[in-house]
Design a protein around this ligand. Structure first.
Ligand code: FAD
Ligand code: SIN
Length: 531
């Protein structure tokens, strides 16, 4: 069955839900997610949401910290736009019932506990203990499920955007008119036609072997927008979170930066607190600096991991602030009140993405992008901790405003051709997909990781080219599956990352290369496409 709606929202994390909820009283929304609604990164967020809330904090200070973390590449207008809207975004969440942690002993004033993370010169991260994303996702999701105008499609995966080349009857019109969507239960691709389409598909960190991200983070929105002719920017800036649990018996699990904000110390196996050797801010330096320092020490000493130590704090304080991490690590025999935590960096956040303006508009008429899938100019060369959920909330709201302002003039989309399966058959060798997926993620980790060189990037490019040719051939012959679509998208994103990294002849923020170890005199975005 094909679907026709006013607004198609692809993705149901903080960004997609914020937008859908604001639109719902005014128009029909189809909200799709390739998994359950909570399948994205939002549910996993730990530390919290950065906002100017404390009496002694200022918008100017939050802006200055963001610009500093971004290593000269943030767009100051965007940073101001987001930070100025931070308090209103949090007020909306409080009003909608997100149970933020309270200050234990407050008498008057704001009343919520604010934690601290890397790069922030103030306590400004509002949170729900150490599971902020879970509470946020639950609150927004419940409201979306109750909203009569939001039609929800779980396990529906966008395959490609509908653009001019897909139109039926020789129609000739530029723009985005919805998407082809794989109904994963039925194995059928359907047309979702819409007056406006919004990409809220999250990031691409699963392009790396080790990642803090859920399986959904395969860069689909970036690849969809790229294939539809949109510009993408700054994809070489892949953020590695410094502290993910290193344990053979468990999947990668994040240990929040807020733990360092509350005093945890990074140590070598002999107990040395090494971060001061790298930056005066020590454990609270921006993430790129901390992750690189850990990588350096691990390589220098041949270590499997370093250690995060919060044992000097009172046990009640530790369990009170980090109850989920405490419980989770207890299951693998680590008591964080008495034991050091073995940690390593892992791919965490995609700073670049689809280029948008301040209303979330992309290069293609009728197509918006919001959240981690975007490049808005907020993060520059390195995202400051807890600025990403804030970006989802602010741009979800701003893009909804833009859609609403235009809604009376939005035309019905021209008809697109049905999905053509006449020349494909069921796959005869699923192993091609699983093998290529593993190979891609391994060489991206080895060659396009925390420290890069021209030679490593060249090797990666060669392998991406080979895999792309193979997967394109496969795509042309076999019926699409979720795995095949994700692999195809990951390869597109890997290609864009490698090309962006090769074109940056300097080290800046998250892009560090031994061939050009210094920053260039002037900071420029890497923009690919449209010309
Ligand atoms: P997501 O929440 O990732 O949602 C993406 C959605 O798109 C999902 O519903 C997915 O199913 C859907 N989707 C993807 N592709 C398709 C497709 N082809 N078709 C249909 N649907 C699709 N940030 C902070 O600010 N503070 C934190 O404390 C914090 N902690 C974090 C901890 C962890 C472990 C992780 C992984 C991230 C953390 N981040 C944090 C980053 C932050 O969580 C993400 O940047 C943010 O949640 C992204 O939200 P989003 O709405 O853009 O995308
Ligand atoms: C964390 O809690 O350390 C993650 C915060 C973020 O990615 O912004």
């Amino acid at each position: 069955m094909d679907i026709s709606t006013d607004v198609l929202v692809i993705g149901s994390g903080a960004a997609g839900l914020t937008l859908a909820l604001k639109l719902a009283p005014h128009c029909r929304v189809a909200l799709i997610s390739k998994g359950k609604l909570a399948a994205g990164a939002t549910k996993w967020a730990q530390g919290g949401i950065a906002a100017v809330l404390a009496a002694d904090d200022t918008v100017e200070s939050h802006i200055a910290d963001t610009l500093d973390a971004g290593a000269g590449l943030c767009d100051e207008e965007t940073v101001r736009f987001v930070v100025e809207r931070s308090k209103a975004a949090i007020d909306r969440l409080i009003a909608s019932g997100v149970p933020f942690s309270r200050e234990e002993e407050f008498e008057e004033g704001f009343g919520y506990h604010l934690t601290r993370e890397g790069g922030h010169s103030h306590r400004r991260v509002i949170h729900v203990a150490d599971a902020t994303g879970k509470a946020l996702q639950k609150t927004l999701e419940q409201q979306a499920r109750e909203a009569p105008n939001i039609e929800i499609f779980e396990h529906h995966m966008a395959v490609d955007l509908m653009t001019r080349r897909h139109l039926a009857n020789g129609a000739d019109q530029d723009g985005c008119f919805g998407a082809y969507v794989l109904d994963m239960a039925a194995g059928k691709v359907r047309r979702f036609q819409a007056k406006a389409t919004v990409l809220a598909t999250g990031g691409a960190s699963r392009v790396y072997l080790y990642s803090s991200n859920p399986d959904t983070a395969t860069g689909d929105g970036i690849a969809l927008a790229w294939r539809a002719g949109c510009r993408v920017a700054n994809l070489e800036f892949n953020q590695f979170h410094p502290t993910c649990l290193y344990h053979p018996k468990t999947k990668t699990f994040l240990i929040t930066e807020a733990m360092r904000g509350e005093g945890a110390i990074l140590r070598l196996p002999d107990g040395e607190a090494f971060m001061k050797r790298f930056d005066a801010r020590a454990e609270l330096a921006p993430r790129d600096i901390v992750a690189r320092a850990i990588d350096h020490e691990m390589k220098r000493l041949g270590l499997d991991c370093v250690y995060l130590d919060i044992t000097h704090r009172d046990a009640d304080f530790i369990v009170g602030h980090f109850p989920n991490i405490y419980r989770r690590l207890m299951k693998v025999g680590i008591d964080i009140t008495t034991d050091r935590i073995p940690v390593v960096p892992a791919a965490h956040y995609t700073c670049g993405g689809v280029v948008t303006d301040l209303a979330g508009r992309t290069d293609l008429a009728g197509l918006y992008a919001i959240g981690e899938v975007t490049h808005t100019g907020l993060h520059g060369a390195n995202r400051m901790a807890s600025n990403s959920l804030l970006e989802c909330l602010v741009f979800g709201d701003a893009a909804a405003d833009d859609v609403l302002a235009k809604r009376n003039s939005l035309a019905d989309p021209p008809e697109a051709r049905p999905w053509d399966e006449s020349r494909v058959t069921d796959s005869d060798e699923e192993v091609v997909v699983s093998h290529n997926w593993a190979e891609l993620r391994r060489f991206m980790w080895d060659y396009v990781g925390i420290v890069r060189t021209n030679k490593r990037l060249e090797r990666a490019r060669h392998r991406v080219d080979l895999l792309m040719a193979e997967v394109q051939d496969y795509y042309g012959h076999f019926r699409v599956t979720g795995d095949l679509l994700e692999l195809r998208n990951l390869l597109t994103v890997a290609d864009l990352i490698v090309r962006s990294a090769m074109s940056r002849h300097e080290s800046r923020g998250l892009h560090y290369t031994l061939d050009y170890p210094e920053p260039a005199a002037d900071a420029k975005d890497t923009v690919l496409g449209a010309g």
